[in-house]
Ligand binder design. Structure first.
Ligand SMILES: NC(=O)c1ccc[n+]([C@@H]2O[C@H](COP(=O)([O-])OP(=O)(O)OC[C@H]3O[C@@H](n4cnc5c(N)ncnc54)[C@H](OP(=O)(O)O)[C@@H]3O)[C@@H](O)[C@H]2O)c1
Length: 353
């Protein structure tokens, strides 16, 4: 087999890491490629699920004795602690790997230190190869670990004139089946789905990740969270069915903000504590406005249908903006056609001061 460069190997490791998206939480996604002394690929691995073997261990098992003297190319600094599995730094040293190339250092204080352990054992360590790309592939986990609360994606559906329902309240369906299938795939990549009690009372959604054609539930279901200050979620609401775990987060349990409603920062801190690294906020417009006003949204995914309504509720209510100079500026990072609809992905620009 032909030899590959470390850069090519890292590109492959990033691809491998992505296969774990949605199933590794509360752990990161990680990919690893092992090259022998000639630069030939002798092992590949990715972390598939929490508690399962780490990417390095999978790649080392494939490589066997051929790892000796070789190079491990890994998207995240190898862990240095014994959790549900042993430290990867020690496994790499024991296998006789002579060089470890890392894209991104581990921000998790519990697991970091792998690079230092490797260096102390005489292993050459290089950091920063394809760091931006690897960072993007792990953005939710890295962001949440660095700051202590989940990466929050606000998803909404609207007509081209920004409406989320018609004047009579009907809203099913604004977007196409293709867009709704896409949303279910998005739910499958996060650890929690959030909705305000207003949406639960009006639409009675299930908030599960499932196959829209036959209703089959995805194997891994995100935690369903209803943000409900005074516990108005009906006992027979669909979110309370047994299809997935549900948490009705009340102000009494989480804490109240100055308006008496659920304190959103405290809610996110509690979700982080419960192992949630990526959360999908599915609305509605009141809760989305409150999250945006508090600067708690990291990414926006808007599904825009080629329809006009001219009247009816808008997809977003008060977000703390009263004058154009205060508009929440966005950077559009992707525009994709999904069936007849557009999926627009945007990042809120950080505000000054
Ligand atoms: N197009 C879309 O993508 C989309 C998505 C979802 C929903 N919707 C539509 O939205 C409509 C419901 O709108 P909505 O605005 O009433 O629902 P919502 O945003 O889901 O729920 C709002 C409620 O959340 C509760 N809440 C708890 N803590 C809060 C906080 N810190 N800040 C703000 N709210 C907090 C409040 O009730 P308490 O104070 O009692 O807790 C508030 O009334 C439905 O018609 C639904 O179809 C559209």
């Amino acid at each position: 087999m032909a030899s590959v460069s470390v850069d090519e190997a890292m590109r492959r490791a990033i691809e491998l890491a992505a296969r774990g998206l949605g199933t590794t939480s509360p752990n990161p996604v990680v990919g690893c490629v092992l090259l022998d002394t000639e630069g030939e690929v002798v092992g590949e691995g990715f972390h598939a699920y929490a508690g399962g073997p780490h990417a390095e261990i999978v790649a080392l098992a494939q490589a066997g004795a051929r790892a000796r003297g070789g190079t491990a190319v890994v998207t995240l600094e190898p862990c240095d602690h014994t959790g549900r599995t042993g430290p990867c730094s020690h496994a790499l040293i024991a296998a006789g790997v002579s060089r470890v190339v890392i894209a991104v250092p581990d921000p998790n204080p519990v697991a970091s230190g792998g690079a230092a352990t490797l260096r102390a054992a005489g292993v050459q360590v290089a950091l920063g190869v394809r760091a931006q790309e690897a960072e993007a592939g792990n953005v939710a986990w890295l962001t949440s670990m660095r700051r202590g609360w989940p990466y929050v994606i606000w998803k909404y559906a609207a007509t081209l004139d920004g409406r989320s329902a018609a004047a009579d309240g009907t809203s099913m369906w604004i977007t196409s089946e293709a867009a709704r299938v896409d949303v279910h795939a998005l739910r499958g990549t996060v650890d929690a789905v959030l909705a305000g009690v207003g949406t639960v009372l009006t639409d009675d959604p299930r908030l599960t990740a499932r196959n829209l054609r036959d209703g089959t539930l995805a194997i891994r279901q995100p935690l369903r969270v209803v943000v409900d200050s005074s516990g108005r979620t009906p006992a027979d609401a669909r979110v309370r069915d047994g299809a997935a775990r549900t948490w009705v987060a009340t102000a009494a349990e989480v804490g109240a903000g100055p308006d008496g409603r659920v304190d959103l920062a405290a809610l996110l801190a509690e979700l982080h504590h419960r192992g949630v690294r990526a959360a999908l906020l599915e609305g509605g417009p009141t809760l989305a406005g409150a999250f945006l006003a508090a600067g708690l949204i990291d990414r926006i995914v808007g599904y825009v249908a080629p329809k006009l309504l001219g009247a009816g509720p808008t997809a977003l209510l008060d977000a703390g903006v009263s004058t154009i100079a205060d508009a929440i500026d966005l950077e559009i990072t992707d525009v994709t056609r999904v069936g007849p609809d557009l999926r627009i992905t945007a990042l809120p620009r950080k505000r000054e001061g």
